[in-house]
Design a protein around this ligand. Structure first.
Ligand code: HEC
Ligand code: HEC
Length: 294
C-alpha cells in the first residue's frame, strides 16, 4: 500500500518536472539542435561523397569550396582537432569568428576577416545563450584530422548588414511567435538566398523574400545546372501567401513544392527536417509577415 502511494507521488513529481520545463535541454543539446537543424553548418562545413551526400562520420571536418569573383574559399574543419580544426581556439575566438567573421589574432591570416560566405552578418543576431550553446556543442563533435586549402581573397571582404541582425533580438522577444520566427529565419540566413540580389549585392531592405538568385547545383562546378531561389514573400500569386501552413512546412523540411515537385539544392532541407514543430510554426508565422513582392 505504502509502496503504491510513493510510486504515485513519484510519477506525479516526474510529470510536474516535465511540465515545468525542469527537464529542459542542456546547452550541448541546444547547440546540437541549432547547428544540425536551422543553422545547417554542415551544409557548408561537412564533406560530401561523389553523390553529394554528407559523410556523417566526418561531419564538420571541411566542406564546400566557393569560387567567386571576391574569393576562393573552402569551408574549414570546425571539429575540435587541435591542428587542423578549431580545438585550440578559445571560446572568445570562436565567438568572434561566428558573430564578427574575424579570425583569431594568431596563426595563419591572424585577425583577417573571413570571406563573406560565412554568414557572420546573420549570426550577429545570436542570443548569448545560443552562441554559448553552439560552442559547447562544437567542443563535443568528434575531432577529425583534415586540412582544407587556404583561402584566396580577390577583393576586400564586404559583409552586408542584415537589418534584423543589426537591430538584434532579446530573450523576451522569443515568446512572440513572429519575432521568434524572425530570429530563427535570421540565424538560418534564409534571406541570404531569398532576398533580391544583383551583381553580388543583396537588397535586404526592400527585396526581402523576392528570390531570383541562381545557385549552381554543385558548388565549385559553375557550369552545372542552377536552381533559382523562390519568391517566399506573402504575395498570393508570386510568393507563398496562398499556401497552407502544411504546404510551407513540407517545402522547408522535405523539399517538396506546393505542386508536389522536388525542390533542388542548395537549401538544407535534410537539416530543416529536424526542426521542432513549434519552431517551424513560428518561422511560417514570420514568413506570412514578409511584404508581398512580385
Ligand atoms: C554558406 C556556407 C557556410 C555556412 C552555412 C557556415 N559556414 Fe562557417 N565558414 C564558411 C566558409 C567558406 C568559411 C571560410 C572562410 C574563409 O576562409 O575566409 C567559414 C569559416 C568558419 C570558421 C572559421 C574557421 C577557420 O578555420 O578559419 C568557423 C569557426 C565557422 N565557419 C563556423 C561555422 C558554424 C559554427 C556554422 C553554423 C552555425 C557555420 N560556420 C556556417 C562557410 C559557411
Ligand atoms: C543556400 C540558399 C538557401 C537558403 C539558405 C534557404 N533557401 Fe529556401 N530555397 C532556395 C532555392 C534555390 C529554392 C528553390 C529550389 C527549386 O526551385 O528547386 C528554395 C525554395 C524555398 C521554398 C519553396 C518555394 C517554392 O515556391 O517552391 C521555401 C518555402 C523556402 N525556400 C523557404 C526557406 C526558408 C524559410 C529558409 C530558412 C529557414 C530558406 N528557404 C533557406 C535556396 C535557399
Amino acid at each position: 500500500m505504502l509502496r503504491t502511494s510513493i510510486g504515485a507521488i513519484g510519477l506525479a513529481c516526474v510529470i510536474s518536472l516535465i511540465s515545468s520545463g525542469a527537464l529542459a535541454e542542456t546547452a550541448i543539446e541546444r547547440g546540437d539542435y541549432l547547428v544540425n537543424t536551422i543553422m545547417a553548418c554542415g551544409n557548408c562545413h561537412s564533406p560530401r561523397d561523389a553523390k553529394g551526400v554528407i559523410v556523417a562520420e566526418k561531419a564538420l571536418s571541411g566542406g564546400l569550396t566557393f569560387d567567386t569573383p571576391a574569393f576562393l574559399a573552402t569551408a574549414p574543419n570546425i571539429t575540435p582537432d587541435k591542428q587542423t580544426g578549431i580545438g585550440a581556439w578559445t571560446d572568445q575566438e570562436i565567438k568572434r569568428a561566428l558573430i564578427e567573421g574575424i579570425r583569431p589574432d594568431h596563426g595563419k591570416l591572424a585577425g583577417a576577416p573571413l570571406a563573406a560566405i560565412m554568414p557572420a552578418n546573420f549570426y550577429k543576431a545570436l542570443l548569448p545563450d545560443d552562441l554559448a550553446a553552439i560552442i559547447a556543442y562544437l567542443r563535443t563533435v568528434k575531432p577529425v584530422r583534415h586540412e582544407v586549402a587556404p583561402p584566396v581573397y580577390r577583393l576586400p571582404v564586404r559583409r552586408e548588414p542584415y537589418p534584423d541582425a543589426e537591430a538584434g533580438f532579446t530573450g523576451a522577444m522569443m515568446t512572440d511567435p513572429v519575432k521568434h520566427g524572425a530570429y530563427l529565419a535570421t540565424i538560418g540566413h534564409c534571406m541570404e538566398c531569398h532576398a533580391a540580389w544583383s551583381k553580388g549585392v543583396h537588397n535586404y531592405t526592400t527585396g526581402l523574400g523576392k528570390g531570383g538568385r541562381a545557385f549552381p547545383l554543385r558548388e565549385g562546378a559553375p557550369d552545372s545546372p542552377t536552381s533559382i531561389a523562390a519568391n517566399i514573400t506573402s504575395d498570393p500569386t508570386e510568393g507563398i501567401g496562398a499556401w497552407s501552413d502544411a504546404e510551407i512546412a513540407r517545402a522547408i523540411t522535405h523539399g517538396i513544392s506546393r505542386d508536389g515537385h522536388a525542390l533542388k539544392p542548395p537549401m538544407a532541407f535534410g537539416f530543416y527536417a529536424g526542426l521542432k514543430d513549434p519552431d517551424l510554426k513560428d518561422i511560417i508565422a514570420y514568413l506570412r509577415t514578409v511584404p508581398p513582392l512580385d
